[in-house]
Design a protein around this ligand. Structure first.
Ligand code: AMP
Length: 340
């Protein structure tokens, strides 16, 4: 991550933030996670890390000052979510470019998602993988919570997918391979994502896929889907039925995602949610002619009703569709930024 060509470029600074408040000493009743909030960025414009990817302990020790908004110059908005906005930002001392996600405490409390935000921070701060969006830390002021995130230069995968319609098999296989590796890491770290979908995947500086949004990784996504998103498309049958579930829910979502990358739409999509429900329960999938037999084979081995019969992640990496289309070392294609 720390090579010269991987470094995000420095953006033009549009807005200065010197008048924004310093973080208060009290937490005004709003619980903030116990995850590290110490300064993770170095003056040489690199993320402070040791060779194994862990934060360098001396940097942690020397830099236990908390972040505040006055440490950043704010740039353009990168996007808007339901609970706040994301801005390009540059840390003033190091000039390190990040994405700042700004959440309003009032909205978080009124929507009763304090728990999810806390989990998102706790989980994402400790994950270190090239295909998982880094969260460097967080801070807060009276009204807002700020999440300091890795900047994903090429934005959300769903935008790229919508713009291109669908991906060719090689591109889809590279994304699925990299996602599989990231999920293997998550599962080793005892984290189930539970909400994989193109909206939660970002594209980094070198067009690599990054899993973002861990806010629902320990919360019931089924209630979220129905109350907030209104879509069941990525839900596994066991979650639809509110049955106990385990890591295999991410295998199901990987199968759904693989189909959507190749076709442009998720396999169980329907206008009526009852139809989607039925299609999921009975695994009714139609493939357009252009989807290869090998891709169908992999998707079919992931979209299996019984969780324990789904193809394990290690075997996904060895599947012939992946081996042929995304052999080790192949990188995601570079798309014309204008055509995004
Ligand atoms: P969210 O609130 O996380 O749903 O983010 C809303 C939008 O902001 C996303 O769809 C992206 O387009 C953009 N965005 C969020 N996080 C980042 C990031 N780390 N880097 C670049 N763009 C981002």
């Amino acid at each position: 991550m720390n090579t010269k060509e991987n470094k995000p470029p420095k953006p033009p600074i549009l807005v200065s933030s010197t008048s924004t408040p310093k973080i208060p000493q009290t937490t005004d009743g709003f619980k903030i996670p116990a995850a590290p909030a110490s300064r993770p960025l170095q003056a040489n414009n690199q993320v402070a890390s040791s060779s194994n990817g862990e934060p360098a302990s001396d940097v942690q020790k020397d830099n236990n000052k908390l972040w505040a908004i006055s440490d950043f110059d704010l740039g353009r908005p990168l996007g808007k979510g339901k609970f706040g906005s994301v801005y390009l930002a540059r840390e003033k001392k190091s000039h390190y470019v990040v994405a700042l996600k700004v959440l309003f405490k009032s909205q978080i409390l009124s929507s009763d998602i304090e728990h999810q935000v806390r989990r998102e921070v706790e989980i994402q701060c400790r994950l270190r993988h090239p295909n998982i969006l880094r969260m460097y830390g967080y801070f807060h002021d009276e009204r807002r919570i700020y999440l300091i995130l890795e900047y994903a230069k090429h934005g959300a995968l769903y935008r790229l997918l919508k713009a291109r319609g669908r991906f060719d098999e090689r591109t889809a296989a590279i994304y699925v391979r990299d996602l599989t590796k990231a999920l293997m890491y998550c599962h080793q770290m005892k984290v189930i994502h539970r909400d994989l979908k193109p909206e939660n995947l970002l594209i980094g500086h070198n067009w690599e896929l990054k899993i973002a949004d861990f806010g629902w990784s320990v919360h019931s996504p089924s209630s979220r889907r129905m109350t907030i998103c209104g879509t069941l498309d990525y839900l596994s049958p066991e979650m639809l039925d509110s049955k106990p579930h385990n890591y295999a829910v991410d295998l199901w979502s990987l199968g759904v995602l693989c189909y959507e990358l190749l076709v442009g739409l998720p396999p169980f999509e329907a206008k009526d949610q009852h139809v989607t429900y039925k299609k999921i329960r009975h695994v009714i999938i139609k493939y357009p002619d252009y989807v290869s037999d090998l891709a169908r084979d992999l998707i079919g081995k992931l979209l299996v009703i019984r969780p324990e019969e789904r193809l394990p992640l290690a075997k996904v990496l060895k599947h012939p569709w992946i081996m042929q289309n995304a052999p080790d070392g192949t990188k995601p294609p570079i798309f014309d930024a204008e055509q995004k």
